[in-house]
Design a binder for this molecule. Structure first.
Ligand SMILES: *[C@@H]1O[C@H](CO)[C@@H](O)[C@H](O)[C@H]1NC(C)=O
Length: 415
């Protein structure tokens, strides 16, 4: 029994140290990461410099954010570029660089601003009568200091740590091989859930893995998009001029093809491409040790066993051999309170419409049903809304089938 407790304790140790941090020498202020660059440059050069770090020029969505700029700018700087560009003399026509919309909801423009005849790029006044207020300046002629902004993340030794996730880049593989490689790192092919994350990965991949890049999306039919890690399809960057042709999705990168860099397009899953994996930051990945220290039969099914803590694998009894008739199994899965469970069926074959697997979003078979599955299915993933999940398997008295194997891991839903 001790063998089950050991990995659990290690896991707790890791998570309790998960305080928000900043990477790249940025400073945590107002729940975001900021850094002042004192050299005076044009807006475009400032923007490019932030982008090289996966960052944007500073954005301001409320008065705390606005004060944060003064805190970071210090005493020697008088004005700094912000990540805001105005199309007209109205805050609702000024758009944030991070693609979150306009400055209509919050702005502190100085009286008479924005004034696009003076300039369309917005800067922040640190001192004097206009301290804390925004003005517009000439994007190409004016030079100013600037502040870059990164989202907070969690302590991890991984090299690319952004917004609570670690990313790794790998040399070419087919889609299935790529996902297997990512799972060995306790991750998945990367989902991309915002314009900023897309920009970050696009910038990095130019350096780390030039050429087109598999991301963790599938596009089986014209209107159906999925992320393999189970996250919701909330952000879409598919190149609309490029029609749907195949099931997998790649990010265009560099000069290849007719798709511009950063946009996504469909591609045959058998193509060998570079790829990027993603996992939550601050989690130790130990796919091996859990098995190594656990004294259980070679292929434990965990049918009817006590609650299993993520990560782990559950299977039908006797998998990969056929299960017997009249099976009745319940599997209880759990992870730490602040995480969700990602359950990925890598293999699924039951007697169609006779033998069923039902997945519940909670700690018992009385919890809401996420889905009921039967027959031969290609791999699929499910995510719980809380930190517990229950799986039930029932077979009838007729013949068996090869059954199923599913890996469950901790997952954080846009922490
Ligand atoms: C699992 O538990 C159920 C309900 O208690 C029982 O009917 C079933 O026989 C058990 N399955 C196995 C393989 O022990």
């Amino acid at each position: 029994m001790l063998s089950h407790i050991l990995p659990f304790l290690l896991f707790i140790g890791v998570v309790s140290s998960a305080n928000p941090i900043c990477t790249n020498g940025f400073t945590l202020v107002s729940n975001k990461c900021l850094k002042l660059f004192p050299s005076t440059v044009t807006h475009k050069v400032a923007e490019r410099s932030c982008m090289d770090l996966g960052a944007t020029l500073v954005t301001v969505k409320n008065s705390n954010d606005n004060h944060a700029i003064t805190a970071i700018a210090g005493t020697s700087t008088s004005v700094v570029w912000m990540g805001l560009f105005c199309l007209d003399n109205d805050p609702s026509k000024c758009l944030w660089d991070d693609a979150t919309g306009s400055a209509e909801m919050y702005s502190t423009f100085a009286s008479g601003f924005p004034h696009i005849d003076v300039g369309k790029c917005v800067y922040y006044s640190v001192k004097g009568a206009l301290a804390g207020q925004w003005l517009s300046g000439d994007c190409e002629k004016d030079t100013k200091s600037y502040i870059c902004e990164l989202p907070v993340t969690y302590q991890d030794s991984c090299p690319f740590n952004y917004n609570g996730h670690c990313y790794t880049f790998h040399p070419p593989s087919t889609f299935t091989q790529a996902q297997t490689t990512c799972e060995k790192e306790c991750g998945n092919l990367a989902s991309i859930n915002s314009a900023n994350e897309n920009r970050y990965l696009n910038t990095l991949s130019n350096k780390q893995a030039p050429g087109n890049l598999y991301i963790g999306a599938t596009w089986p039919t014209q209107d159906v998009f999925n992320w393999i890690d189970g996250s919701l399809w909330t952000y879409n960057n598919i190149d609309l001029s490029y029609s749907h042709g195949a099931t997998c999705v790649a990010m265009a990168n560099g000069a290849a093809m007719s798709v511009s860099s950063g946009l996504w397009f469909s591609i045959d899953c058998h193509m060998s491409l570079n790829f990027v994996c993603k996992r939550p930051a601050g989690m130790k990945c130990n796919p091996g040790p859990v098995v190594a220290v656990t004294e259980v039969p070679k292929n434990p099914s965990y049918c009817n066993s006590s609650v299993q803590l993520a990560p782990g694998v559950i299977t039908s009894p006797d998998y990969p051999f056929q299960y017997d008739n009249n099976q009745n199994c319940v599997y209880q899965l759990a992870t730490l309170g602040s995480y969700n469970i990602l359950l990925r069926f890598s293999d699924f074959g039951t007697e169609a419409k006779k033998d069923y697997v039902t997945v519940y979003d909670g700690d018992s078979v009385n919890s809401p049903v996420i889905g009921t599955y039967s027959g031969d299915l290609s791999s699929f993933s499910l995510v719980s809304t809380g930190n517990v999940m229950t799986v039930a398997f029932k077979s009838d008295g007729a013949k068996g089938a090869r059954g199923f194997s599913a890996r469950f891991t901790s997952y954080s839903y846009g922490r």
